[in-house]
Design a protein around this ligand. Structure first.
Ligand SMILES: Cc1ncc(COP(=O)(O)O)c(C=O)c1O
Length: 512
């Protein structure tokens, strides 16, 4: 056997291929009378062809020589000869004690076929909508996807998520599972979860709604995608705040809406210029307007409802992170003030528990519910019932309540530590905005010539993550600064990272 170097070679956990090897060999010329004298050459050629046309893909394990010999009724030594020839020609790698694997196509003697290159132009064109999604991905701030955690904005304290409790609930789900529960499920979501969410909303948001009004989704962005598809035709007008959720803005643009911005705090909504706006809806984040915990005032909330009523429009209320920003001085959700069924309420567990969970919900006006359910039915169908059931138990057994109290307390403790160390390191060079109440905190530069985007890019190279405030704005930025998340960073790392950030910021100033 030849030994191989194991570098860059990915073994796939695909089972040995002997169940259909006979038909693969047949369709690649095995058994041709002409080659029959040199049967190992015939076997070599058919396997080679199957590798070249990707029927046998990189990393796949070939059947053991004894099994293949038995299956195709030839001697084992013939199979070994064919395999060894493939190894010599780099089509196959042999791993001692494990077997023969299809090799990386980069190492093989495959010559790229010009005919197939020419045929690329014959692929179907990508739709206008597909292209719009492609183009708009670069619009305004992209959430940083680095592995560093300090000081990535918008993350809850991930390190205290109760994984043991979640595992036990998950075990109990599988322990009591009935085979009928493994079948298709309703698009609207499990009744038990919707009931528990409706209780949760009553307690935490003073929202009265029936379980039948709640639709389960994989999160707020999924909810927005469904709403957008239900409401937006090309050219339809929609409104967002100037500083908004980048994903929502990009989504509305990709669905070919005309997106305009509005300053909800200053505009005379119902009776000013805004009055005759023919927008289908306004998307707002009233509990956390600028990602720093600013809240839309009660009079403005009422004015917004009036505007929607006068203009026959809807309000999409994204109440994300309200558990953090609304903790001390809760303000009524717009949904709870609505008497005309004009508010779509979005909630998510992706911020409260962890973004990888992918679970959220929405309450939609009655007239829209069937359309949304039909879109789900014809796309994602339903959210995993296992996830829904475990979440439902998590709420019902009071773990969610305890977890919220825990994360709010930890986030507060970390915020105090963050502020203390930041102020002692930075003095008045970068001043923290003490009014920030959400999961992020804003730092403003003393020197107004400093560009937040340049500082953020420089710090990122040095392993410190921040978001430049100016990139949250859709139209001209009104302010400049660094948005930082502290709540997912433990105490030790907070101290270390602030010292490092201070050094790197000084280096940045020297260089610029
Ligand atoms: C304004 C806003 N809403 C909602 C979300 C959460 O979306 P999802 O539930 O899809 O993770 C985010 C995440 O960053 C957000 O910034």
């Amino acid at each position: 056997m030849h030994d191989i170097e194991h570098t860059n070679f990915q073994l796939k956990s695909i089972p040995v291929l002997h169940f259909n090897i006979q038909s693969i060999l047949d369709s690649h010329g095995f058994g041709n009378k002409n080659d029959y004298q040199n049967i190992y050459i015939n076997l070599y050629n058919s396997l080679k062809e199957a590798i070249i046309d990707n029927t046998l893909q990189e990393g796949l394990k070939l059947p053991p020589t004894r099994v293949l010999a038995n299956d195709i009724k030839i001697s084992r030594s013939t199979v070994i000869k064919a395999y060894e020839l493939l190894v010599l020609d780099n089509y196959v790698k042999c791993i001692n004690g494990s077997g023969y694997y299809v090799s990386s196509s980069k190492n093989t003697k495959i010559h790229f076929n010009l005919k197939s290159v020419n045929s690329f132009k014959h692929y179907p064109t990508i739709s206008k909508k597909g292209n719009a999604f492609q183009k708009n991905i670069h619009l305004i701030n992209n959430i940083q996807s680095s592995s560093e955690i300090a000081f990535k904005p918008g993350l809850p304290p991930l390190d205290i998520f109760p994984t043991n409790i979640w595992r036990n609930l998950s075990n109990s789900y599988w322990g009591g599972i009935k085979s009928s529960e493994l079948s298709y499920s309703k698009s609207i979501g499990l009744q038990c979860l919707r009931e528990n969410i409706s209780n949760y909303l009553k307690i935490y948001r003073n929202i009265t709604c029936n379980a039948s009004q709640i639709i389960i989704t994989t999160g707020s962005l999924h909810s927005l995608y469904l709403i957008g598809n239900a409401l937006i035709d090309k050219g339809d007008k929609v409104l967002t705040e100037n500083m908004t959720y980048p994903h929502a803005y990009r989504l509305f643009k990709s669905l070919q809406a005309k997106v305009s911005q509005i300053d909800l705090n200053n505009t005379e909504l119902a009776f000013g210029n805004f009055k005759n706006n023919l927008a289908k809806f306004i998307y707002t984040i009233p509990s956390n307007q600028n990602f720093l915990g600013n809240k839309l005032s009660m009079p403005k909330r009422l004015e917004l409802l009036q505007w929607a009523s006068i203009n026959g429009a809807l309000i999409i209320e994204d109440d994300y992170e309200q558990e953090f920003s609304n903790w001390n001085k809760p303000i009524a959700a717009i949904y709870s003030l609505d008497r005309q069924d004009r508010v779509i309420y979005l909630g998510t567990f992706n911020k409260l528990l962890h973004p990888s969970i992918r679970l959220g919900y929405m309450i939609v006006p009655n007239y829209l519910q069937n359309t949304i359910l039909n879109i789900i039915e014809q796309s994602s169908r339903f959210v995993s019932p296992e996830l829904q059931k475990v979440m439902s138990m998590f709420i019902e057994k009071d773990y969610l309540n305890k977890h919220i109290r825990n994360i709010v307390a930890i986030a507060q403790e970390r915020k105090e530590l963050f502020m203390e160390h930041f102020i002692s390191n930075f003095g008045d060079e970068i001043v923290l905005d003490s009014s920030s109440t959400g999961l992020n905190i804003l730092g403003k530069f003393k020197n107004s010539n400093v560009s937040d985007q340049d500082v953020s890019a420089y710090l990122k190279q040095k392993g410190i993550i921040t978001n430049p405030l100016s990139k949250y704005y859709i139209s001209k930025p009104l302010e400049n600064g660094l948005v930082m998340g502290y709540s997912c960073v433990n105490n030790k790392l907070i101290k270390q990272s602030i010292s490092k950030m201070k050094n790197e910021y000084s280096n940045f100033l020297k260089l610029n």
